[in-house]
Write a protein that binds this ligand. Structure first.
Ligand code: SF4
Ligand code: SF4
Length: 454
């Protein structure tokens, strides 16, 4: 949100010689190698290789930590292919915190043996660390794409497959941009509750979510107002830090975390509400990523962070009255379902919409292949997973796909466009806001001509 907090990506303190030392070894010991997680793992189910499943990856990381295996390219490939979707955490009966193993391990790997690669990785240093986390910069960078869309050039390029000519991660990124939507005005500092005030909350705005899904922010704010919430939108907040953290810049992520912790006056709030699963998971994990003297403040902050579905479900939602006669499938975003364990709350909220038929999506627990920047870094596996996801969506006869995360919405939206499917892709708050206002969603009635894949 605030560019003045931009910083040069600093080098982290000296990394451990063995990346496994960055992980609490007891976490490895919690895994009893039962293998009950393997069928829940998207990469294992696609490839059938034990090394591309959670049990195998845990074993590989443990061998590296013990110094019994070198971190060679083969090991690295198996770890890089992990989506960090945390499906294995949900499936594991022993309560293994897989995310707490893979994330510090990856961070330590990034910081140890790839310093030179990182220094010259322009995409990471410019796009991931200096563009994505700042909404104003993303909006500016998207202007040429928006012009091309308005002139019809973008759609023509997509249909002719011209994006294939843009190499690597940049080519993947361009194709993720959805059609222009009216974002609504700049978010205000305060919005008053409709009717009797039931809660006073602050809203977390984020970065890419604000640049590309401001209409969803507005929908969320309206739903909160309709549910009797005064909403504050404090200045001074920024990106949650997930992009920095997952790109190996723990220090940059820590700066953003502390900026956010200080931006909210917690004493006057019932909750800090966030509407995208990836941001929410990162905010809640501020308490586990670092161990320094600011942990107490982070803990106070995290105690107030609530996903919007979770918050409204706990508050007791006020039933919307606008009928929406449609069939919708809800996709569990991994960082909401697996990382935050929030699965029933969005379903209960959506079930309140009169006329809506909510169907269960087969394999809803399987990642759609977005996974932060995974779809840019691992397009082949990501493509397999999103095609599998859309097959499952189509099998339900749904007209609307719902997901509570920006990455999923972009990933599903791209595949829907490329396959020319007659499906609307929305955040649950978008649909709820329409019902509160007595309006209807725009659902494409017929399939469109397919675009060529990049
Ligand atoms: S992570 Fe859990 S489910 Fe998977 S092998 Fe280990 S103990 Fe079993
Ligand atoms: S995080 Fe996801 S991709 Fe990685 S091992 Fe677990 S289930 Fe598999």
């Amino acid at each position: 949100m605030n560019d003045h907090f931009a910083h040069s990506p600093p080098e982290s303190p000296s990394p451990p010689a063995n990346p496994g030392q960055a992980v609490d070894f007891d976490l490895f010991l919690q895994c009893v190698h039962c293998g009950l997680c393997t069928s829940a793992c998207p990469t294992f189910s696609e490839l059938g290789d034990e090394n591309d499943g959670p049990r195998g990856r845990i074993y590989l990381m443990r061998l590296v930590a013990e110094g019994r295996l070198g971190l060679d390219d083969r090991v690295r490939r198996h770890l890089d292919l992990c989506l960090d979707c945390r499906g294995c955490e949900t499936a594991c009966p022993s309560g293994v915190h897989y995310g707490r193993l893979i994330e510090p391990f990856r961070l330590a790997v990034e910081q140890s043996d790839r310093r030179l690669v990182r220094r010259f990785d322009w995409f990471r240093n410019l796009i991931l660390l200096r563009l994505f986390p700042y909404a104003n910069r993303v909006r500016l960078a998207m202007k040429p794409v928006r012009w091309a869309q308005r002139l019809g050039l973008y759609e023509a390029a997509e249909r002719l497959g011209l994006f294939k000519l843009i190499p690597g991660r940049l080519g993947q990124m361009v194709t993720l941009v959805g059609p222009p939507v009216d974002p609504g005005p700049k978010l205000p500092k305060f919005l008053a509750a409709v009717g009797r005030r039931r809660a006073r909350v602050a809203f977390f705005v984020g970065c890419v979510a604000d640049a590309m899904f401001r209409h969803t922010h507005w929908a969320t704010l309206r739903v909160l107002q309709e549910n009797g919430c005064d909403v504050l939108i404090p200045a001074g907040q920024g990106c949650c830090g997930a992009i920095h953290y997952h790109a190996g810049d723990s220090e940059g992520a820590r700066e953003l975390a502390d900026q956010n912790v200080h931006a909210f006056d917690l004493d006057e709030l019932d909750a800090v509400v966030v509407n995208h699963g990836g941001c929410g998971a990162m905010l809640k994990e501020y308490v586990v990523h670092w161990k320094d003297d600011r942990q107490a403040a982070r803990r106070r902050f995290v105690a107030k962070v609530k996903d919007v579905n979770e918050f409204l479900d706990q508050l007791g939602p006020i039933r919307p009255t606008g009928r929406i006669e449609a069939v919708a499938a809800y996709q569990d975003a991994c960082h909401l379902g697996h990382a935050q364990k929030i699965r029933e709350a969005p379903r209960r909220l959506l079930a309140q919409i009169p006329g809506l038929t909510l169907c269960e999506l087969p394999e809803t627990e399987i990642c759609c292949g977005s996974a932060g920047t995974y779809n840019l870094n691992q397009p082949e596996m990501s493509g397999r997973l999103i095609r599998r996801k859309l097959e499952n969506v189509l099998s339900t006869g749904a007209q609307i796909v719902l997901a509570s995360n920006a990455g999923c919405l972009l990933q599903i939206g791209r595949e829907v466009r490329q396959q020319g499917l007659p499906l609307a892709v929305m955040h649950p708050m978008d649909l709820l806001a329409l019902s509160y206002r007595g309006q209807q969603p725009e659902i494409p009635l017929t399939a469109k001509r397919r675009a060529r894949r990049p």
